[in-house]
Design a protein around this ligand. Structure first.
Ligand SMILES: NC(=O)CC(=O)C(=O)O
Length: 288
């Protein structure tokens, strides 16, 4: 077996209320990750604004007139890296709806993917946390698969990780690496963050990365942090605590092949009993 290995970096950045400062911080940390050899880098969910339904509209931007997208495009091009641009509140120029959107850039700086969070984070855990993204956001309707040359990568945003069907569809599309910019909190983070990543990784025999903001004591939403990468075997191969940090790991595609040949669940699926079907258009390559 001689599959390629490549370096991934996840940026666990501190996010505040000042959009320009957030963008500046993101660019500085991406430059650092690239200088340390990362060829693919991911930012966290809502990296240019506070994670709060009350402010998404005010911070929202559209492709074609977005200082955030322009800065990320320039940064990907300068560093010649693949960039999974966390997420930002995106307003659609045609329908006016706001989405929680991850823009993805190739090493030439072109937007090659746009993942709009499919499953909105609507939860109510009595006396702990109530959050309703659907108060201001609309859900996306398609999967996002990017071929980065080394392998195909499937992208989800935060709550999307709770839906095994999405990860299974990505595996069916032959993705070997799933990346979820996310922002779990102090209630769900300790309970589910790592468990879900390990579950998605082992079920689908893929690498899984989940990249969080750093915890900001001044924020109304306290992010769990603990950005991590999990191998197809289910081991946590990179992680951190809750402060600003960059995590690095070598994504060794031999590990995917080894796992798939030693425990061949894909050949053992009982498609005569159950099936998982993609009913969306897998990727939408026309952006406005
Ligand atoms: N923020 C999210 O979308 C999801 C989350 O925090 C959770 O599922 O828990």
């Amino acid at each position: 077996m001689n599959e390629p290995t490549f370096k991934f970096a996840g940026i666990q950045m501190l996010i505040g209320e000042n959009k320009q400062e957030n963008i500046k911080n993101a660019v500085k940390l991406i430059d650092e990750a690239s200088a340390n050899g990362a060829v693919i880098v991911s930012l966290p969910e809502c990296f240019n604004c506070p994670y709060s339904t009350g402010v998404f509209k005010q911070y929202s931007e559209s492709l074609g007139s977005s200082e955030t997208i322009d800065a990320l495009s320039e940064c990907a091009k300068k560093n010649k890296i693949w960039l999974i641009g966390g997420s930002i509140p995106e307003v659609d120029k045609v329908d006016g709806k706001i989405y929680n959107t991850c823009f993805i850039f190739n090493p030439q700086g072109a937007v090659v993917g746009r993942h709009r969070k499919i499953h909105l984070f609507d939860i109510d855990i009595p006396n702990k946390i109530r959050f309703k993204e659907s108060e201001t956001l609309s859900p996306g309707n398609s999967l996002t698969v990017i071929d980065i040359g080394y392998c195909k990568v499937g992208v989800g945003i935060c709550y999307d990780i709770r839906f095994p069907e999405l990860a299974m569809l990505y595996a069916k599309e032959n993705c070997k690496f799933l990346i979820y910019p996310g922002a779990f909190n102090m209630t769900t983070g300790p309970a589910h963050w790592e468990l879900l990543q390990r579950g998605r990784a082992v079920d689908n025999q893929v690498y899984v990365a989940a990249i969080s903001p750093a915890r900001n004591p001044d924020s109304t939403y306290q992010a769990w942090g603990h950005s991590s990468v999990v191998s197809p075997w289910g081991e946590v191969v990179a992680t951190t605590q809750h402060s600003q940090d960059i995590i690095y790991t070598d994504i060794d595609l031999n590990k995917v092949t080894e796992m798939r040949s030693s425990i061949p669940v894909y050949q053992q699926k009982r498609n005569d009993i159950y099936q998982i079907i993609n009913q969306s258009s897998t990727t939408n390559n026309t952006y406005h």
